[in-house]
Design a binder for this molecule. Structure first.
Ligand SMILES: Nc1ncnc2c1ncn2[C@@H]1O[C@H](COP(=O)(O)OP(=O)(O)O)[C@@H](O)[C@H]1O
Ligand SMILES: [Mg+2]
Length: 469
């Protein structure tokens, strides 16, 4: 298995479990240690009640040394301890184990006698001044006859004997820790598969498919957690991608379509002339139409180039102080021939003499031209066009109104889309459907707004804002 989420989870959990078991084990061992040593002490103390009188009897000559050895031997056997008896001067006079016989007659206790004589017990852990090879627990208890200090009982128990049960407890602890690790691994495996790994794999797979072009791929994860949220964001990202992809396809098909129809007719006319199908006197007529088509193509290509340049941001807008009133005046003058032809009444109402705004002169001229071009297209013969600039706060607001038919509410959203032409039949000859896209792209790049409203009883008004300087 690769170093995935699962193995990381397992390692983390195992460490947590192991650490908690170590803590439990150390507490338990501490507690068990003191408990079992206390227990041992109680047992030993209890037995001294029998041993003490027997030792006194021996010292007083009431029982033989065999009898005494018998008594210590059986008690030592019962306690599984080594028992030595030491007289009031510190000399050993009886031992429970055959091997320790050499000690008899030796002085074992010196300094400690003081404390024992005063009635205190002495407890030690270790190898008893090197006498034992293994560590032992030693317990020294004085014996009194009435008030007279008679002798000392020394009992050694091997530590291993005391710790024996503790070791098996540790075994149980470690076994259960191991069991807990195995068990939690299984649980973690299934849980992490369900809540983490499977959903992530699904998202990963979908991302891979989308990257390979299947933009309609989605993930179905209903979880109400962070993974669910991730899946949701992923899906909305995929939606956005799909939309972009669809727009791109639509754009390409639109462009091809727009280019194909003029080329087809140009080809038809010129082919007819070359074939001689078109009589000579009609040549001029058809060449004029072909020329118009070529002009339309040129316009289309120019619009497309502008649009793609503006949208890719490659078109660095030259932001400078420009007089929007002056731009409007000059543009209106350029429309003079069309105005005369359609007998349109153009009203221009400008705020002040100059209205300085931040913008790119050529691009703003393009905005006004495109909007005025539309107005001129949709205004009825002898209709009205009103152009106004006003100041609102820190903004200059430009409105261009023309009377004429309303834009249907259902279409008002779409008119900004590339190639969108509401009235396809009427506008197809002269329009590309790119004019408003260009307007909006330019104003968006300037960080400004543009919107459209229908006016009652008739007419359409386009409004956009500019920053004043
Ligand atoms: N002043 C207007 N009055 C009515 N409809 C308009 C007006 N300006 C734009 N439109 C609608 O918006 C559509 C898109 O306009 P535009 O992008 O300039 O493309 P085009 O002018 O080439 O048709 C037009 O086809 C038209 O339906
Ligand atoms: Mg237009």
């Amino acid at each position: 298995m690769r170093k995935g989420l699962f193995s990381k989870l397992i390692v983390t959990f195992s460490v947590i479990i192991a650490v908690s078991f170590v803590i439990v084990a150390s507490f338990l061992s501490y507690w068990f240690d003191s408990y079992s040593f206390n227990q041992r002490k109680q047992d030993l103390l209890k037995e001294t009640q029998f041993l003490g009188p027997a030792a006194v009897k021996y010292i007083e000559g009431d029982i033989s040394s065999e009898k005494l050895e018998d008594t210590i031997g059986s008690i030592a056997g019962y306690l599984s301890a080594d028992i030595w008896l030491v007289d009031s001067y510190g000399y050993v006079f009886a031992v429970s184990r055959e091997d320790d016989k050499a000690l008899i007659g030796n002085q074992l206790l010196t300094t400690e006698l003081e404390e024992l004589r005063a009635g205190g017990n002495i407890e030690k852990k270790g190898d008893y001044n090197g006498y034992f090879e293994m560590p032992v627990h030693t317990f020294e208890v004085p014996v009194f006859d009435g008030d007279t200090f008679q002798c000392v009982i020394i009992m050694h128990t091997s530590m291993a004997d005391i710790k024996g049960p503790l070791e098996s407890v540790f075994e149980i602890i470690w076994l259960s820790a191991l069991l807990a690790i195995i068990l939690s691994s299984v649980v973690i495996y299934f849980v992490s598969q369900r809540v983490l790994i499977k959903p992530l794999q699904e998202i990963n797979y979908a991302a891979d498919r989308i990257a390979k072009g299947e933009v309609d791929k989605r993930v179905v994860i209903k979880a109400k957690d962070e993974i669910g949220e991730l899946a949701e964001s992923f899906n909305s990202m995929a939606d956005a991608l799909e939309e972009v992809e669809n727009k791109r396809r639509e754009f390409i098909s639109n462009v091809s379509h727009e280019i194909r129809s003029p080329i087809t007719s140009i080809k038809g006319f010129i082919g007819g002339i070359l074939d001689g199908v078109v009589p000579k006197e009609k040549h001029n007529y058809y060449l004029t139409i072909a020329y118009e088509e070529i002009q339309r193509l040129t316009r289309l290509v120019n619009d497309l180039l502008d649009l793609s340049a503006i949208e890719s941001g490659q078109f660095r807008l030259r932001i400078e102080e420009v007089d929007i009133n002056e731009i409007i005046r000059q543009t209106v003058i350029r429309f003079e021939p069309k105005v005369m032809k359609r007998k349109v009444k153009v009203d221009v109402l400008l705020q002040g003499e100059k209205l300085m705004v931040a913008g790119d002169k050529d691009r703003l001229t393009q905005v006004i031209t495109n909007l005025l071009d539309n107005s001129m297209k949709y205004v009825p013969v002898s209709g009205n066009i009103n152009i106004k600039t006003v100041i609102k706060g820190s903004k200059a607001v430009v409105t261009i109104f023309n009377d004429g038919p309303h834009i249907p509410e259902a279409e008002i959203k779409n008119i900004w889309d590339r190639f969108y032409k509401a009235d396809k039949a009427r506008s197809s000859k002269v329009s590309t459907g790119l004019g408003l896209s260009i307007v909006r792209s330019i104003l968006t790049q300037l960080g400004e707004d543009v919107w459209v409203e229908n006016k009652e009883p008739k007419g359409v008004v386009f409004t956009f804002t500019l920053k004043m300087v």
